[in-house]
Design a protein around this ligand. Structure first.
Ligand code: NAD
Length: 486
């Protein structure tokens, strides 16, 4: 179906069929590097959610009883198809999200790794037994899928984040309804298409495109047993509370403000390389982005100097072009919000060392903001407190490691934290005292791989069981305990 904008109107995928949305409100999906429309969606509503949940419920009957090795075999085929379509998927990610092709290529790898982990379901889903709990008595734990799972995902990882959810949920025998970000809906459709091609039965994976109405439909639907959410903090909190109110199991991953501490003994070449990659890669639109650097002691002047020089070298542009490192932010509205934050930082008295508003390319059609660095930021400032989610880096100087850790721990977020040092003693203190679920030691973006849980704390996570790793298996299964006398 084509509309007046002459771009494709994306359909929903329900019960193994591409179906038109019942929605009437159109949302254009532009290429953030050019502003040109790529596609459009019609924001779906409750009716579409009801149809998707009904299809998932019906598919669940058979899929949950399909032998686990047989389910895993479909995951293996899916993995092969994703590998075959690697470049195509990476291109789609760059087109709709704006990140560089290299970053997008890496994202596809992260998605594939989730499928590889999920293909281990036969071993991962095993229960456990104790043959002698009393004379002639035994006890055993058996693991089962939970039912229909709803997945709600953000714009910044159009492949990796959905792949944190549906491959493992489905490998565990659940059926799934995915609501991708309305800002990056293209990749999701290709992901589901390839899964069907791998042999996934109709209705096991459904996609409904939309915004809050679809989310609310999923949260309130009595046919949905569990909800996985990834997105900003206020929405994560809302989803967590609302899903729980409706009696659902829920995991909600939220925003971040990640600090990187640089000790006086750090290898500055490595630190600068790591910080530049973590602060400005993917235009700072990563929940594991480094948004605050905390140099300890005398190292500060030299570090800051080097960061500015390295930021001057960054190539900004369309992520599909060779050599581009920094792509656009996701929308013109997000660009405007970022520029507001830069103005706020100046008004708050921080020293604007590098003003990304002035970089060439920032006045064109795409939504570009150059690498921006503020020095002498402190924890009273809004630019320190809020997640800006853009290529804006703050430097907060500290006199000691104790002070650096205290600064980081003041944040209401606690997703990741990094440290550059060679000192085992400092590493131990950092590991023991920092409030964050994912730590990097001489590593810029310490995102755990799919066989470990993605482990944010404080306002970066709402729930109990995280995505991926053993937590993922626990979240997507429920247990039956059998106690027997013979
Ligand atoms: P977002 O919260 O705007 O949107 C996330 C999802 O929620 C989307 O599918 C959106 O349609 C839906 N949504 C948005 N507003 C809603 C509302 N009022 N009611 C119901 N549903 C709503 O997030 P985003 O801008 O797409 O993604 C960026 C955010 O995600 C950042 O805060 C980032 O830190 C976070 N994130 C966190 C992690 C993590 O692992 N903790 C990973 C990736 C992204």
């Amino acid at each position: 179906m084509t509309s007046s904008t002459n771009v494709q109107t994306l359909k929903n995928f329900i019960g193994g069929q591409w179906v038109d949305s019942t929605g009437t409100e159109r949302v254009i999906v532009p290429n953030p590097a050019t502003g040109a429309p790529l596609a459009e969606i019609l924001l779906a509503g409750k009716e579409d959610v009801n149809a998707a949940v009904a299809a998932a419920k019906s598919a669940f009957q058979k899929w949950s009883k399909t032998p686990v090795p047989k389910r895993a075999r479909i995951l293996f085929r899916y993995q092969q198809l994703l590998v075959e379509h690697w470049e195509e998927l990476a291109r789609l990610i760059t087109l709709e999200n704006g990140k560089s092709f290299k970053e997008a290529y890496g994202e596809v790898q992260r998605g594939i790794e989730c499928v590889e982990y999920a293909a281990g379901a036969p071993a991962l889903m095993m229960g456990s037994q104790l043959p002698d709990i009393a004379t002639d008595m035994e006890s055993g734990m058996y693991r089962y899928p939970v039912g229909v799972v709803g997945g709600i995902t953000p714009f910044n990882f159009p492949m990796m984040v959905p792949c944190w959810m549906f491959p493992l949920a489905i490998a565990c025998g659940n059926a799934f309804v995915l609501k991708p970000s309305e800002r990056t809906p293209l990749c999701a459709n290709r992901l589901v298409e390839l899964f069907q091609e791998a042999g996934l039965p109709d209705g096991v994976l459904n996609v409904v495109h939309g915004a809050h109405d679809v989310v609310n439909g999923i949260l309130a639907h009595e046919g949905v047993t569990a909800v996985s959410f990834v997105g900003s903090q206020p929405v994560a909190e809302y989803v967590y509370k609302t899903a729980a109110e409706h009696g659902k199991r829920v995991q909600a991953l939220a925003g971040a403000k990640n600090h990187t501490i640089v000790m006086p003994d750090a290898d500055l070449n490595e630190a600068v390389k790591g910080i530049i990659g973590a602060a400005f890669g993917s235009a700072g639109e990563r929940c594991m982005a480094c948004s605050v650097v905390v140099p300890v002691g005398d190292i500060a002047d030299e570090l800051v100097d080097r960061l500015v020089k390295a930021a001057d070298e960054i190539v900004m542009g369309d992520g599909l072009e060779d050599g581009v490192f920094l792509g656009p932010v996701i929308r013109d509205t997000h660009k405007a919000r970022t520029l507001d934050y830069i103005a706020t930082g100046e008004a708050e008295g921080a020293t604007l060392l590098r003003d990304g508003r002035k970089d060439p390319g920032t006045d064109g059609q795409g939504y570009f903001v150059g690498a921006t660095i503020f020095d002498h930021v402190d924890s009273t400032m809004k630019i320190w407190r809020d997640e800006i989610f853009a290529p804006v880096l703050s430097v907060v100087r500290a006199g000691s490691l104790d002070e650096a850790i205290a600064i980081a721990n003041k944040s209401e977020f606690a997703n990741g934290a990094c440290m550059y040092t060679d000192s085992a003693k400092a590493i131990r203190q950092f590991r023991e005292e920092i409030d964050a679920g994912m730590l990097g030691i001489n590593v810029g973006v310490p995102a755990p791989m799919s066989f470990f849980p993605f482990s944010g704390w404080k306002k970066s996570f709402y729930g109990d069981l995280h995505v991926n790793g053993r937590d993922g298996i626990e979240f997507y299964t429920r247990r039956k305990m059998v106690t027997a006398r013979y």
